[in-house]
Design a protein around this ligand. Structure first.
Ligand code: SD4
Length: 335
């Protein structure tokens, strides 16, 4: 991280809201109104990959694909791409989705042995009449499209799985501290990325290996349009990280966008979606992490989480390495 990186601790009431002028004065710089935001601290680097596209006037869709590809292959992260942790049978399966603000979308779930699920998701969107391909069919399609099959499970991930087998206890951990801090279980590190380009068009991407030690065949929220990702040029975009079952139960990313449509700020919309999770499952919510990140069509950003520890990265023409901490319902780890 360079000196330019700022880390902003936001208060509960600030709720991660950002005082960003909706429309900056237009300048000759094509990227003057462009902005990209991502979940977690590695979102800073993922944003940098996306920003290379946006700063040259590229589309939000190309930007989020570039950012997600970076996370899938350049980062060794236990919840995304080639370093992801396997399911309880020792099989690494990847989920991803991509969507633009015109409603075009594609996704893959339970994809094995393909390094860039986000790009396969984009091909599903662009080359098929469908939205979602899963498992073997998704892999067949990827191979037909020229993606190479390769074994992705790293020796470290395999060892972690063997260690887990000793107890074989499935218990999602709350990511209550930043990844770089000791004690973090590193169990929630999905990349959710949202971007607005110089033309004011929005797009989003979400990529993950899902919950470590999940049942074989389990699909989380990340590849489900409306749960882990939703984008609408009329309003804004939302994405999620955390225990995906909660996002699916609440159609949560769609909910966040619809709340913004009704006039909520991105932070308020995320907070209401989190409140909904708590109201529906008050006991369970004490032991699960759920995090939402939203970007509206004016470029305003907001976030909210169930538990303390969710950070997100913001990148635009003024600031490339801005890392912020989301406000949360529970200020301390509940477990
Ligand atoms: C899932 N939402 O598969 C993903 C996991 C996650 O950070 O976000 N981890 O449920």
């Amino acid at each position: 991280m360079t000196d330019r990186r700022r880390f902003l601790q936001t208060g509960l009431l600030a709720a991660g809201a950002l005082a960003v002028p909706g429309m900056r004065a237009q300048t000759n710089n094509a990227s003057a109104r462009a902005r990209v935001v991502s979940t977690w601290d590695f979102g800073v680097q993922a944003n940098t990959a996306a920003w290379r596209v946006l700063e040259t006037g590229g589309s939000a869709l190309d930007a989020v694909e570039a950012g997600a590809r970076w996370a899938e292959s350049e980062l060794c992260n236990p919840t995304v791409g080639h370093c992801g942790r396997p399911d309880r049978d020792g099989v690494l399966t990847l989920d991803a989705s991509i969507m633009d603000g015109d409603g075009r979308c594609g996704s893959v779930a339970a994809l094995q042995d393909i390094a860039h699920p986000i790009s396969v998701a984009r091909r599903v969107m662009e080359k098929t009449p469908h939205v979602m391909l899963v498992g073997e069919g998704a892999q067949q399609f990827a191979v037909q499209q020229g993606f190479a099959k390769q074994r992705l499970l790293t020796p470290a991930a395999e060892q972690a799985w063997r260690d887990w087998l000793k107890t074989a206890e499935y218990k999602p951990e709350i990511n209550a501290e930043r990844r770089s801090q000791p004690g973090n279980k590193d169990n929630h590190d999905t990349l959710g990325m949202l971007a607005i380009d110089a033309q004011g068009k929005l797009a989003g991407a979400c990529t993950t290996s899902g919950m470590a030690w999940k049942m074989h065949g389990r699909v989380g929220d990340s590849p489900i349009i409306g749960a882990g990702l939703y984008v609408d040029n009329e309003v804004g975009a939302a994405t999620a990280s955390g225990v995906g079952e909660e996002m699916i139960r609440n159609a949560a990313s769609f909910l966040v966008v619809e709340l913004m449509r009704q006039g909520r700020t991105p932070a308020d919309a995320c907070r209401e979606a989190i409140d909904r999770v708590v109201r529906k499952r008050p006991e369970a919510s004490k032991t699960l992490q759920v995090c939402f990140l939203a970007l509206n069509k004016h470029g305003e950003v907001g976030a909210f989480a169930l538990h303390k520890g969710f950070v997100y990265a913001v990148c635009d023409a003024d600031e490339h390495e801005d890392l912020r901490e989301s406000a949360s319902v529970y200020a301390t780890k509940q477990l």
